[in-house]
Design a protein around this ligand. Structure first.
Ligand SMILES: Nc1nc2c(ncn2[C@@H]2O[C@H](COP(=O)(O)OP(=O)(O)OP(=O)(O)O)[C@@H](O)[C@H]2O)c(=O)[nH]1
Length: 193
């Protein structure tokens, strides 16, 4: 498999944080999103951001910004579909998704996903606490299948990946997938730096 492209999922509503963009919150001397970009950029051939609303707020990051392909905040799978649509446009066969609120994910995420992918190149990450549904390797060949499923009301990532026999890349450390949902989580992330 050629090196996949990457999509950062930042399309959620951050209700537990009181709204806004979790990725733009300060962490250390930069932002959560800067940490995410730093980790994923060396692992992918090209990178884009999935976010809804006015893209100008992300201008400093100099990344292509793609809104959800399905209206109405249909969850992370909708961001994955936006990533697949972008991947198809740039001629890539696969896209890796990471979440914009998870600053410490593994530096070997992409090679491990590729290693564990099924024949189609579909895989999801997991850690001891369970599957990590926003961290996956997704084949462009399945994008119309995913679009149809989303249009039919499917929202659960694992339901769709299991139905397609996705591989699982197991990572040993739950802390790597610590995600920032609340102000307390942000303080905890700061302490983890
Ligand atoms: N594109 C897209 N991404 C989403 C959507 N909902 C959640 N996500 C992303 O999925 C990841 C996990 O999101 P959650 O923490 O469950 O949801 P959230 O909207 O960010 O936060 P809460 O509203 O507090 O649950 C984050 O990277 C979100 O940006 C959505 O409707 N569309």
């Amino acid at each position: 498999m050629k090196q996949p492209v990457g999509i950062i999922l930042a399309g959620g509503q951050a209700t537990r944080m009181g709204g806004g963009d979790k990725g733009l919150l300060p962490l250390g001397s930069s932002t959560i999103l800067s940490h995410v970009i730093e980790r994923i950029e060396p692992q992918v051939a090209a990178l884009a951001l999935n976010a809804n609303g006015d893209a100008v707020r992300f201008a400093d990051f100099e990344l292509p910004v793609r809104a959800d392909s399905i209206d109405g905040f249909a969850g992370p799978l909708s961001g994955v579909l936006a990533g697949l649509d972008w991947a198809a446009e740039v001629g890539a066969s696969h896209v890796v998704s990471v979440a914009a609120d998870t600053p410490f994910f593994p530096c070997d995420l992409v090679p491990q996903l590729i290693l564990q992918a099924n024949d189609q190149g579909l895989a999801l990450a997991a850690s001891p606490s369970g599957r990590q549904p926003t961290f996956g390797l997704w084949p462009v060949a399945l994008r119309e299948d995913l679009r149809g499923a989303l249009e039919g009301g499917l929202r659960k990532v694992v339901q769709w990946t299991q139905a397609h026999g996705a591989g699982t890349a197991e990572f040993p450390d739950d802390a790597a997938f610590f995600n920032v949902n609340t102000p307390d989580d942000l303080a905890q992330a700061e302490a983890m730096l």
